[in-house]
Design a protein around this ligand. Structure first.
Ligand code: NDP
Length: 307
């Protein structure tokens, strides 16, 4: 199947362009249907509360999108804003209050937090059952050993896109470039549970191009614009580009690019996610799904669509 990149600069290539925007829209529709069923059958309305500390502009945009999409899915959506000057104790107090509130099924503390607040301490204070970001050590530990967990949204979204395209992943060589706690490591765990042969690369990896050339599945989560080149890609590989990088354009404005050199990679890969419009839209859609999952587990009712 051919495709056209959102940049408009690539036409009629061999690679399928994985449309994360459309997949995420479908997932949000499913979540909304599940929320409607939970309300009708169990009187349960999943609720997500986001805690935003300070004025970080990117976080403001992201949080607004989360609020809108949560409400559109029929869930209760709340935002607690704290000033940039809030102390760690104040943030912990809010988290404690939300932990105790039975109407709140998901708690998300927007990162990054202002200087002086220990992110690890705040994440550790969230009830693991309500940790819809999946960053609490209880959830990361459960994911690692294959127990029921709340799974970080971005890697879970990547896995959904992969399974949608490839079906069975068992036995495939998967490379995750990047070893962060929020993307790289949970992504590697998920792929291992799918019985992929998983390699994790990072800034100290020797001969990254050669390591990339062995991968049937390549996940790029690096944060370096267009670092992974077309001739690093195994022909026919499925490439999932998590990177979101802003680079300058000739007209003085900026544009978003991934960690993969899309124009080069699209000529070699079997399928590839564009940036924007690939992994990005999946994150909030999976957050909504995680909130439904958390609500069902807390209420002790089966999650719609999983029986
Ligand atoms: P981090 O900065 O936490 O981690 C980056 C990783 O890349 C590190 O493990 C680092 O290695 C590795 N790395 C850096 N340089 C190189 C190199 N030259 N060669 C190989 N590996 C390298 O980033 P995140 O995981 O948080 O995010 C990665 C990207 O994904 C970013 O662009 C971010 O914006 C994007 N992102 C997108 C999301 C979405 O779509 N919704 C959500 C989250 C992130 P080392 O550990 O050795 O330093």
């Amino acid at each position: 199947m051919g495709g056209t990149a959102e940049s408009g600069s690539v036409e009629n290539t061999g690679a399928e362009i994985i449309d994360g925007r459309a997949f995420a829209a479908g997932l949000r529709e499913k979540v909304a249907a599940h929320v409607a069923a939970l309300k009708a059958e169990h009187g349960l309305t999943p609720g997500l509360t986001v805690v935003l500390v300070g004025e970080d502009p990117a976080s403001q945009v992201y949080v607004r999108n989360k609020e809108r999409q949560t409400a559109e899915a029929g869930m209760n959506s709340d935002l607690i804003r704290l000033p940039e000057t809030a102390s760690q104790d104040e943030v912990l107090d809010v988290v404690g209050r939300l932990n105790a509130d039975p109407a709140v099924h998901g708690i998300l503390v927007q990162l990054p937090l202002p200087d002086g607040i220990d992110e690890n301490a705040v994440i550790a204070a969230i009830d693991p059952a309500k940790d819809v970001d999946g960053f609490h050590v209880i959830n990361t530990g459960r994911l690692t050993i294959g127990q029921q967990a709340l799974v970080p949204c971005t890697p879970l979204g990547c896995l959904m896109l992969l399974k949608d395209r490839l079906g069975e992943l068992s036995g495939l060589d998967a490379l995750v470039v990047g070893r962060s706690n929020i993307v790289g490591k949970p992504m590697a765990s998920l792929l291992l549970h799918e019985s992929c042969t998983v390699t994790i690369a990072h800034s100290r990896t020797k001969d990254l191009p050669e390591v990339c050339r062995r991968a049937d599945i390549l996940i790029a989560a690096v944060g370096r614009p267009q670092m992974i080149k077309g001739d690093w890609i195994k022909p026919g590989a499925t490439v999932i580009d998590v990177g979101i990088n802003r680079i300058p354009k000739d007209d003085g404005k900026t544009r978003l690019v991934g960690d993969v050199d899309f124009d080069g990679a699209v000529k070699v890969a079997g399928a590839i996610t564009p940036v924007p419009g690939g992994v990005g839209p999946m994150t909030i859609a999976v957050l909504l799904k995680n909130t439904v999952t958390a609500a069902c587990r807390q209420a002790g009712v089966p999650e719609p669509g999983t029986q």
